[in-house]
Design a protein around this ligand. Structure first.
Ligand SMILES: Cc1cc2nc3c(=O)[nH]c(=O)nc-3n(C[C@H](O)[C@H](O)[C@H](O)COP(=O)(O)OP(=O)(O)OC[C@H]3O[C@@H](n4cnc5c(N)ncnc54)[C@H](O)[C@@H]3O)c2cc1C
Length: 550
């Protein structure tokens, strides 16, 4: 009997995971992978580091070849071949060999679409001069321009790829500007977290132009909407990607509300012989069940495996997404999972927020580094809704633990119960994740009340006294305007000086503030602790406003 043929469009993250999994499940099935670019199974996530010379050899990015994939998996991989169209009724695709121009038709029993997402190119004059980054060929173009030693570069877009490219251009000694239409870099972060990234970029020489966009591109420059003209020998365009649904649209496949291919829980499209995975397909948000786009490698690979299991007749679980992501920006690691506060604040859901600034490992063991963590959870149930972390060390593991907790249904207070590996070089007996759990427990049980950096004026208007409980020398180094100073250790003796029953307490990171709040409440006051203390406030838009007004 003739074996089944599965054709896969796109031979990188999703496509190649599907192909190799399917082969492991079925040694007989015919698997044909069609890849438009000249390479298959390349490390697109590593491309920015080849620009900077961190990855020295292009061949390090090329994980497999058609030959190696045939030798091990008997895959029929056809590179430099583009699928031009799909005929769902006939169950066939038309393929063009890009080197020869020859077109031919190939039948399939099942088709898996994993063509990824294409960079968004805005219709601004001169945009043809801007380079985008998606494939090995793209990076070769960028590297050949970098090798001409341009004096200056403009990166349009301050998202994940934009900030990675900017860092790598700086490594190459190129004077680099980043233009970002939003008022912050890295949209998945909330503003008080994103400021830390902006500071890090500026401290390494990146010139940030936030809140303005590229209006036009000339032979020598990028002209911004705010009138600034940036000299630009090299221009990289990285304002985001959109699902590459061109093939799917023509084939009559259903496109969803987020403009990706709509799929069911098994990643099947409305044509029951066609699956869609990776950046091209819509995903299901695990927090609210809505359709979402998550152009990240993990979920592309995971769905690749799932569809092959489905084709092989295995039982599969629906894989929803929480969009966990991480990026390196010079010395910082920045990681996020779940929803951010910007997004939650647009819903009706009531949530609570914690900011903490713990050390990566025990403070007494050398080289511990302070990090900034933000946890967002449901105000009633404690369900974890999202987290963000920024720091030099240990952020990845904390966000990964929280992402795992979200997946496992562990609530914010239950983070206190996690027994995490501890010895002084690696963590603390009360790990930063445990600390978030302790704070969440205090808040949800009603033991303590906290206020956010954005609520200080509100408390002031309600008649609260603002009280900074740090030592005088710390206050002298920087304080929030309007706060009186009474160090926590002196509260018992000097309580008579406090004439206002209602007090908003602040300290450096929120820890001493918590102690002071508990003490003041016991002494008969109504005290509220400023979440994350001075440090969170100092990176927030509220602090920026103070600086501007002064
Ligand atoms: C520069 C860069 C850095 C990234 N860094 C990270 C990171 O650090 N972490 C992370 O999680 N994700 C990262 N990503 C995203 C990640 O690479 C993608 O989410 C993932 O590769 C998506 O897999 P995919 O299979 O959907 O598409 P891709 O891996 O993009 O593969 C799609 C392939 O399909 C081919 N194709 C398209 N149309 C056709 C056609 N008609 N016929 C034949 N072939 C076609 C394309 O040439 C392409 O090679 C990065 C992406 C880029 C570009």
């Amino acid at each position: 009997m003739k074996s089944k043929r599965v054709v896969i469009v796109g031979g990188v993250a999703g496509g190649m995971s599907a192909a190799t999994r399917l082969r492991r499940l079925d040694n007989e099935i015919e698997i044909v992978v069609i890849e438009k670019s000249g390479h298959v199974s390349y490390a697109n996530c590593g491309l920015p580091y080849y620009v900077g010379g961190v990855i020295e050899e292009e061949k390090s990015l090329l994980l497999q070849t058609p030959e190696s994939l045939h030798a091990r998996f008997r895959l029929d991989v056809r590179i430099s071949s583009e699928v031009l169209s799909i005929n769902g009724k006939q169950k066939s695709v038309t393929i063009k060999e890009l080197a020869t121009g020859r077109e031919y038709v190939l039948n399939y029993d099942k088709l898996i679409l994993s063509p990824g997402a294409s960079p968004i190119v805005p219709p601004i004059p001169g945009v043809e001069r801007a380079l985008t980054l998606r494939t090995v060929e793209d990076v070769e173009r960028i590297v050949s321009q970098v090798n001409l030693k341009p004096k200056n570069a403009v990166v349009i877009g301050g998202g994940f790829i934009g900030v990675e490219i900017a860092e790598n251009l700086i490594h190459r000694g190129i004077d680099t500007s980043v233009v970002e239409a939003a008022i912050q870099v890295l949209a998945p972060l909330d503003p008080e977290m994103a400021t830390l990234v902006a500071k890090e970029m500026r401290s390494h020489g990146v010139k940030l132009h936030l809140g303005t966009s590229a209006k036009s591109i000339t032979d020598k420059s990028v002209v911004l909407a705010n009138g600034v003209e940036l000299p630009a020998d090299l221009i990289i365009l990285a304002i985001g990607v959109r699902p590459d649904v061109s093939l799917a649209k023509v084939a009559g496949l259903k496109i969803g509300s987020r403009n990706g291919i709509a799929v069911d829980r098994n990643n099947l499209t409305n044509d029951k012989n066609i699956y869609a995975i990776g950046d091209v397909a819509e995903k299901t948000d695990s927090l609210d069940g809505s359709a979402t786009l998550v152009p990240l490698a993990n979920i592309a690979n995971r769905h690749g495996r799932v569809v092959s299991d489905h084709i092989a007749g295995r039982k599969v679980r629906e894989v929803k997404t929480i969009g966990t992501a991480i990026v390196k920006v010079f010395d910082l690691m920045i990681a996020t999972t779940g929803w951010n506060e910007k997004r939650l604040s647009q819903t009706k859901r009531k949530y609570k927020v914690i900011h903490a600034h713990p050390n990566s490992h025990a403070g007494y063991y050398p080289d511990s580094k302070q990090m900034s963590l933000k946890l967002i959870f449901d105000a009633k149930s404690g369900e974890i809704l999202g987290a963000q972390g920024i720091g030099i060390e240990g952020v990845d593991k904390r966000i990964d633990v929280i992402a795992t907790s979200i997946r496992g249904g562990i609530t914010a207070p239950e983070l206190a119960d996690l027994e995490l590996a501890y010895a002084p070089p690696f963590g603390s007996a009360k790990d930063p994740v445990n600390m978030l759990g302790y704070i969440a427990e205090n808040i949800l049980s009603g033991l303590t009340k906290t206020a956010q950096w954005s609520q200080i004026a509100e408390y002031q208007e309600m008649g609260y006294q603002l009280l900074d409980v740090r030592g005088a020398s710390e206050v002298a180094r920087g304080a929030i305007p309007g706060f009186d100073n009474l160090p926590v250790d002196e509260i018992r003796e000097r309580k008579a000086e406090l004439t206002n029953k209602n007090i908003l307490v602040s300290c450096q990171v929120g820890v001493r503030g918590h102690t002071a709040t508990m003490l003041l409440n016991e002494l008969g006051f109504n005290a509220v602790n400023l979440d994350g203390g001075y440090l969170t406030w100092s990176n927030s838009p509220a602090a920026e406003k103070v600086l501007i007004n002064n």
